[in-house]
Design a protein around this ligand. Sequence first.
Ligand SMILES: [Fe+2]
Length: 161
Amino acid sequence: MIMKRNSIGLSTEKSDAISKELNTLLANFQRYYQNLRGIHWNIKGKRFFELHPKFEELYTDANLKVDAIAERILTLGGIPYHTFEDYTQHSKVPVGKNVTKDEDAIRLIVDSLKELLVIERRILNASDEAADEGTNAMMSDFITEQEKTVWMMKAWLAEAI
Ligand SMILES: [Fe+2]
């Protein structure tokens, strides 16, 4: 059987499957992003001046990653989700609402990143199998960075990984 290839030389079928998974990641990333906005705005207490800019740093980074994911989907021939309805429907990242306490905010970040990491590893495997280096390298970078962020958040919480 002859494999149908798209303009970047990847299997069309596999690219479609990967772009679908990337859309799931995109939806979950948008929720993570919104969680970060929420805690940036609502954080209260003695660590405000430390955490308020920290959360801004994280949502700025998440914003860049959201754009990178969406553009990778387009590169693979897909259409990135772009409505709140789609994001809500495909998200497993917990919703952080009225989070004001520092420990709850940090825990929300850890819980959100844990969901993203599971999806990213799934995409890492699928992209490896499809020889889709662009997606694979992206997932690899995200995973390494986010695992380090989780370690730092757990250190802040004084808890074991
Ligand atoms: Fe701000």
